[in-house]
Design a protein around this ligand. Sequence first.
Ligand code: DC
Length: 228
Amino acid sequence: MKKVAVAIDGPSGAGKSTISKMVAKEFGFTYVDTGAIYRTVGVYAFRNGINPCDADSVSDALKNINIEIRHENGIQCLYLNGEDVTGAIREHIISKYASDVSAIPAVRAFLLDMQREFAMRGSVIMDGRDIGTVVLPDAQIKIFLTATDEDRARRRYEELMLKGQDVGFEKVLADMRERDRQDSSRAVAPLVPAPDAIKVDTTGNTLEESVKIIKDIISERLSAYADL
Ligand code: DC
């Protein structure tokens, strides 16, 4: 089969990671969660007392940061300077740090090749904010996933509760809106749908319904692609 790249972009909590992971498994593609990579830079800044909005300090710190992504038993694990930070990157506070550092051009440039390398190795489903616009502009399939703010915040809230992090629904909603505003309005690689992306609204869907919609889109595109 020809190598295929599927780009799935959208705001936080639209279901990108959960859906992409399940769909990648079905098609036998490698799943890459690019938000996790920005979160790893966020963890470094947080732990080292670096202001994540200070572009000079964060850019300067990049020389001390080594990030590795390993797929272990089907799970994407993130290593920061040799330490497994797969759990640490999911702390609520790190969401804000990740969003702040991701607005810094040097950070985006630092992480670009790492993301592209995955797509060079084989078929991928990559999720993020700028996959269809910047990282893989030639991806054969581009999907932009959205849902209402309340729906997305509810999912994020439930995920955090399951991990024992009770931040409160209103705070999750407010933080999420602020992060989306920041991700969509930054100067470099903002969160915007690629002109050729298929928009899918997952509001009110069960996970199974959303997975089916995405699987159908990919299957349809794959058969058209195979005929080329
Ligand atoms: O997908 P996530 O919530 O784990 O991402 C965390 C932050 O990383 C998000 O607020 C913006 C940034 N990000 C980005 O700028 N570009 C990507 N491709 C993925 C994430």
